[in-house]
Design a protein around this ligand. Structure first.
Ligand code: SF4
Length: 664
């Protein structure tokens, strides 16, 4: 027998605490906080996992190292606390004319003082350009309002911290100046902010249309999508995109090459078509473009031995274009001109990973890494043009390779936000790829990804329908939220802690109110027991450990102030059971979709049996449970099974429910 020690196991065993904040503010909780690194918002690590040995270090460069020609930045000595405030007020930069150049001096949220020299006639358009000039835009203020942890880390300076991350290229606000005229509510993507989720949708040549896509957009927003990509390849692409942009509160992304080649062969793609399509979509208000400029001719040799070649639509189309024309990727050679178009509307790049792996066996191979190096180069070139950048990532990656994938991107792309599709950690569960991929997505976000592109149960199989969109969104909200808690982002665990208190108090109403999908939670609970009481149908009264813990007076469990369940007929008796309200139509539909039979269906089945057994109207068949002796039924089952069979415990007496009551 092991002798018990008086010291606490945590102090004796030592936990790998690296200084990250506790993600929850509930006082006195027993867990000591996150095992992630101490936050470095304003620095290269932002919120980060500790490196497994062998991982590449973050880049020492940022977007400040890739300013346009004629610009320069210098760090001045730290501000004296008695220094004039105007140097500390970035929204009103102190600007002086120096010949044909302007000079602006401003303090960052961390207190560093920067002096920027830039051309005298320059007018900022993009969020990146404003940030470089020390300007805090209304969109940056809105982001700080939506993500209060910036203010927690830099009291009174949340929006300034957002601006600093944008200036460093580690955060983007995809907000096309034309989409801001509609309903867009600005948000940010970057590892200093909370993990975001993108939902893909779009009509295909064989399924869906504009109305259905707008409905899916609203549905995706309801289920927490932070951005939506319209990947339509069929129907009226232009009308569909326009309708989505007018109706969305979230940023909209597209892959413009799809509309460039509708009705043509990829071989016919030329610069005038690219130029006019980009202008057209940017004018419509698209917030970010996926452009597969990183697939280069020299990379194609690495694809030859892959199990599944190129799985990105844009990547495969451009590979074919290069082979037909025997030329370098036109998106790569025209990159600076493309940047100029995006800058005019502040469209953000989501630089596409055309060579992403399409199966575990192709992950982290030469093709993928060669392209990633080019994505780093394209990032530097876009920053020099003042355009905001995020980088797309894989795809299908074995679990052990995920950290490396996130960290090599951070090195090669200097901390530009990483936007990953999944990744799936196994390939053999079609129909369940929202699960296989949300496992990979959680890990990828913990190790550095800033936005997760959802995968629905229809992935690899067909175009997602409404419920697939919901399932995909929820799987990815779980992944994103789990990563944020693990990274120690202040405040991210607060709602979990509140829900735990409600659960401990067996306060069902509060439990459901705090849950992400209250309708499903309520419907599942009431399916078995439509009474809110001190247990649920999972274990029953006698076996309910939560109820037993709540009863132990020395435990705090279930005793948090304001969480006691009120019951009784008038809902004012502490702890009394309460019959829950009837399920709403939506909640009933949730149960119906699970395959639970409606009373009508049960009667239909019963009438079939009656017919087969020749039972007259108003009578019950001889096999009806009313006529069956329980002991005889039990011995019959045992005879059939050839062994003793456990039968479900009848919990009705414990509930004080009459024997004939069919609630349980
Ligand atoms: S009955 Fe079981 S599942 Fe239900 S609340 Fe109690 S412990 Fe939890």
């Amino acid at each position: 027998m092991i002798a018990l020690s008086n010291s606490s196991p945590i102090s004796r065993l030592g936990l790998p605490i690296h200084g990250a904040a506790n993600p929850g503010i509930t006082p006195g909780v027993t867990t000591p906080g996150s095992f992630a690194l101490k936050n470095d918002v304003g620095g290269p690590l932002m919120f980060a996992s500790p490196d497994t040995p062998g991982m590449p270090a973050p880049s020492s460069k940022t977007a400040w190292d890739f300013l346009p020609e004629g610009w320069s930045v210098a760090q001045l000595p730290p501000l004296d606390t008695s220094a004039p405030r105007h140097l500390d007020t970035s929204s009103k930069p102190c600007t002086n004319c120096v010949g044909d150049k302007n000079v602006v001096v401003f303090a960052t949220a961390k207190g560093e003082v920067l002096r920027l020299i830039y051309p005298g006639n320059f007018k900022p358009i993009t969020q990146l350009e404003s940030a470089r000039l020390g300007i805090v835009t209304p969109q940056m203020k809105r982001v700080a309002e939506r993500e209060p942890h910036f203010d927690t880390l830099f009291p009174g300076q949340g929006a300034v911290a957002v601006r600093d991350e944008i200036a460093a290229g580690r955060l983007v606000i995809p907000a096309n100046i034309n989409h801001l005229q509609h309903k867009l509510d600005p948000m940010a993507i970057g590892r200093a902010s909370k993990t975001k989720v993108n939902a893909n949708m779009g009509a295909s040549p064989v399924s869906s249309g504009t109305d259905e896509e707008v409905e899916k957009l609203k549905w995706a927003e309801k289920w927490g999508a932070d951005t939506v990509m319209d990947l339509s390849t069929g129907g009226d692409l232009d009308a569909c995109r326009d309708a989505i942009l007018r109706n969305s509160t979230v940023p909209i992304g597209t892959v413009p090459i799809y509309s460039m080649i509708i009705g043509k062969k990829i071989e016919d793609l030329d610069w005038p078509t690219i130029e006019s399509s980009l202008h057209h979509q940017a004018k419509q208000g698209v917030d970010y473009f996926t452009i597969h400029a990183g697939v280069r001719r020299a990379h194609l040799k690495y694809v030859k031995n892959r199990l599944i070649g190129i799985v990105s639509r844009g990547g495969s189309l451009l590979a074919k274009w290069m082979l037909v024309h025997n030329q370098e990727n036109i998106m790569y050679t025209r990159w600076e001109e493309i940047c100029d178009i995006l800058r005019q509307y502040d469209v953000t790049f989501s630089i596409g990973d055309g060579l992403r792996p399409g199966g575990l066996a192709d992950a982290t191979d030469d093709a993928q890494l060669a392209e990633l190096e080019t994505l780093g180069e394209l990032t530097e070139r876009a920053w020099r043009k003042g355009v905001q950048v995020m980088i797309e990532g894989p795809g299908h990656v074995p679990f052990d390779q995920i950290e490396y994938n996130a960290k090599i991107q951070r090195t090669l792309c200097h901390g530009a936000p990483f936007y990953v599709l999944g990744p799936l950690v196994t390939d053999m569960f079609p129909g369940y790829d929202h699960i296989t991929s949300c496992i990979g997505a959680t890990s990828m976000a913990y190790h550095g990804a800033a936005m997760l592109c959802y995968v629905t149960p229809k992935e690899h199989l067909g175009l997602p329908k409404k419920d697939d969109v919901k399932q995909g969104c929820i799987a990815y909200k779980i992944a994103a939220h789990a990563a944020d808690i693990a990274l120690g982002i202040p405040g991210t665990r607060d709602r979990d802690d509140e829900l735990t208190k409600a659960r401990a108090a067996l306060n069902w109403e509060k439990h459901f109110e705090l849950s992400f999908d209250p309708d499903t939670a309520r419907a599942y609970h009431d399916e078995d027991l439509d009474v809110d009481t001190d247990f649920c149908a999972m274990c029953g009264h006698d076996w309910c450990s939560v109820r037993i813990s709540k009863e132990i007076q020395e435990f705090a469990s279930g005793k948090a102030d304001g969480f006691e369940r009120m019951g009784g007929a008038d809902g004012d008796k502490p702890g009394a059971p309460k019959k829950s309200a009837a399920l709403t139509a939506e909640q009933q539909e949730i149960l119906a979709k699970r395959g639970v039979l409606s009373p009508d269906e049960i009667h239909k089945l019963a009438s079939k049996t009656k017919k087969a057994l020749n039972v007259h109207v108003g009578e019950k068949a001889t096999c009806h449970s009313d006529y069956v002796d329980p002991d005889a039924a039990k011995s019959l089952i045992e005879q059939k099974a050839g062994r003793e069979v456990l039968v479900p415990l009848d919990v009705r007496p414990a509930l004080g429910i009459a024997k004939e009551d069919r609630v349980v």
